[in-house]
Design a protein around this ligand. Sequence first.
Ligand code: AR6
Length: 337
Amino acid sequence: MPLEIIRNDITKVHADAIVNAANTSLLGGGGVDGAIHRAAGSQLLAECRALGGCEIGQAKITKGYKLPAKYIIHTVGPVWHGGNDNEEKLLADCYKNSLALAKKHNLESIAFPLISSGAFGYPKDRALKTAISIIGDFLLSNDMTVYLVVFDKAAFALSEKLFSSITQYIDDKYIEEHPVDRSNRLEERHILKEYCIEEPMLSPIREPEPAAKRKRSLDDVVKHMDETFSQMLLRLIDEKGMTDAETYKKANIDRKLFSKIRNDINYKPSKPTAIAFAIALRLNLDETKDLLLKAGFALSHSSKFDIIIQYFIDEENYNIFEINEALFAFDQNLLGV
Ligand code: AR6
């Protein structure tokens, strides 16, 4: 998976490089910086001394010494002064310059902490947004595995607005699934019995789906009935006029997995992989269900994971990285594995 949000101590992460949230002296400090220097050993400080410091937003590379990572990319985030002091641009530069340095050294994987979000006081939800947006952009035109290491989940929160609208959506969907209040229903049964009226089917009344959302015809469905997942995926990629690379990047799927799927007509993907492709292809809910069915899966209203996916499809928000940010906040599996 090209971008993975993980909860871990970054000094334990096995990646070609880990990123250090340093200060301009590059001579060590507290937080991640302290942890990295302790874990890498004193040779790291000796190499850092020779670097002559680093400007805010810039990045410099050293060896990883005793770390599992081969390299450390040191970058200096901005101190948060309330948001009107160019903080966002400087933080974005940290990610951009670190990724550029990793690319220059032909690295295949890199792990970032949430730069500036500790001692430097940058609000964590904003820091996370910037990180995801810059890394997401980078991955649309580069092949690399990027880990975003979120150390303390307790302090981590999705933006208040997104979080509450997803929570509301989850609540609504649960209600839709259980539309008749149990107590009302018992009372109803009681009245029916009292008056010896035959009990009708108490099936939930559902609103018909708006026609605009039903974009595929019965004809279409029948015509493609015998397709396998892989065949349907490749057909949809053609129909949408997308390239393979564009598709697997937008799906947060790595190239190797994609070529496996392309070359094996009977490939059975995992549910998160199948959904990731539906998102990359901007499928509507019905089309998503059709594609999932080919892989033997369905979407239900009793799974939080499924409801969150439906929320984003409903909102026509097909940014896989934002979806993963939300899934992570709700402790769900991420898309693209
Ligand atoms: N692994 C992953 N994340 C961590 C770890 C760890 N071992 N330890 C802390 N974090 P900070 P900054 C998280 O303060 O805000 C230093 O003294 C932490 O929860 O390390 O950029 C430097 O020398 C937070 O979310 O970095 C600078 O002077 C994030 O990493 C200054 O602090 C960043 O917190 C830099 O401050």
